[in-house]
Design a protein. Sequence first.
Length: 202
Amino acid sequence: MEDPKTMLQEAGVLQSDGHFVGTNGEHLSDYLDFDLIYKPQNEDLKKKLLEDLVQKIQPTGAEVITGPAEGGNLLSSSLTPYLPQAIAVESKKFNGSFAYEAEGLEKLRGKKIVIVDDVFRTGHSLRKLSTVLKTHDIQPIAFAVILNRHLSSIEILDGIPILSALRFPLSSWDETSCPLCLKNIPVNTAFGHGQEFLARGK
């Protein structure tokens, strides 16, 4: 089997050996853009990643797949064709967190729910969406991600198991302790949020 990192690099999903800024402002030497798996040229890669993740989800008996908007919605709707017993329910962004329409909440109640996302690093988005569900007395049974990139390969978040298709660590730093900044390595503005970072005058 081809090395997972090489596989993602060849598809353009993983950009390596650079200086990138992530969604939450963290600085990275590697940048992931899983939206690219949905491009026609990456159809084989998408199918493999989805099938590998489905193998992890199936034993849970999941009846509903949901995820943090926007990427989690796309992933959940892409997974359900492989999980005929499950439906996808979309979340939406709301006041810095997530929310569901009333109809969506009704579809979630009393069901076995798996929350999905592309990548797990800090679990920030997964935790936020799980908290939203818990405020409505809805308890997810698992998290599932394409890639677990946590340095310690953590497998449980808030008592909920994390299932993953791929697992390998990728380093990240706060901008104040970024070794790439200390070496004056230019921030990449073609991928990630480097342009916004530079616009702040950093």
